[in-house]
Design a protein around this ligand. Sequence first.
Ligand SMILES: [Zn+2]
Length: 419
Amino acid sequence: MPFPITVLDPKAFPAVKARRVTLVHFARAVEGFADASAPDIDNRGNVLRAAPGAAYGPATGITGKVTGKEPREVRIKLVRDRIDASAKLFPELESTANVSLVYPLTGVALNPADTSSRFGDCIYLKANSDGAGDPETKLKIRYGTATGPVIAELAILVYKPVTIYVKIHRVTINGPASATGPVDAECAYSDDEIAGIVDRMNRIMEPAGMIYVPRATIATEVIDSYTERGTVTLTRVGDQVNVELQTILNTNPDPDSLNVYLFNRFRDITQTAGRDLGVAGIAMSRDQANANPPATAFPGCQAGFAMCYSSDLEYAAHTAAHEIGHTLRLQHYGGRGPMSRMKNEIWANRNLMRNTVNLAVASPARNIGYGSYNNGRVRTGGWLGTKTLPTTANLGQANQIAIARAAAAADSYKPVTRS
Ligand SMILES: [Zn+2]
């Protein structure tokens, strides 16, 4: 039934409140841990800003083509908020120079039902170029016919693949056994577990066009005379000047890799018993290394990251990806300083750079679709910001992907050389 619509100038009618009606929205097409074939999306704001992410809608990223390798198909879910399943919706790319529509093809309506090979209302895309210059285009959703009005759009960035070589060191730490809960000196991670962590890190980072390639051999390191067997002890000094942590980061680093040191646990003696084993990983960038040179009885701060054992590979991979973010100059998202100041909002909780790996029980914004760890705790998400947005004190870095990629190009994750 037709009905009249009157358009009012809100400035002339200040008592009339504007309403935005969302007909459809784009969503991550999977539940649970990060999946490289279903990238997360940056849905902060619907105002058109400068690229990257220049769409009246969210933005997402895919990795550009690698020579000799078939590009991965990724899918984006379209959620019909106020549009019936029988309504015909037509995806269309503004340009196919860098991205192709795999399904449905141009001129074919979305199928709302799952089929044997495709999920319902999902748009399947793949990279069509190597992504040189990190170009972007728009995915548009047209209503009714292939030339109908556009009711939603999504910016798609194609990131030129950036390869980061990872040198893994498995560290044996000798010292007196803890009286209350001893751990082995030798790091418990198996080769298979380490490969599983790298695989999962790549699932998180692929939408940012970053690929982690482990060096062929895992180094074995032995360190003696630590405070506690199998343990890196954190004290009241800053991590960048902690002798045990920095001694490990200075142990045979590969000059052209991101160096990762694995051992059994951290103990933070500034925390009360029971809360002192909560640290999972600590990373340093070159900036911190250069700011903290060697001194008497101090080997100097070194770039790389140190991580303790977890039998939950998704927990370990989330920690590793987050720590690598720090080596790539990413800061925490959603607040600095004490936990009480952290933002408990949906974007911060979904972000890889939130400063906790799990979300508080009381948080109203914890149902972010990333599932739970083996211990039942709700996972923080793996999303990284793509859009250009105004920054504030609590949001110092909006386009995290661009920052991390620029840092990688500047070798911020590689060790400093000291003579
Ligand atoms: Zn952190």
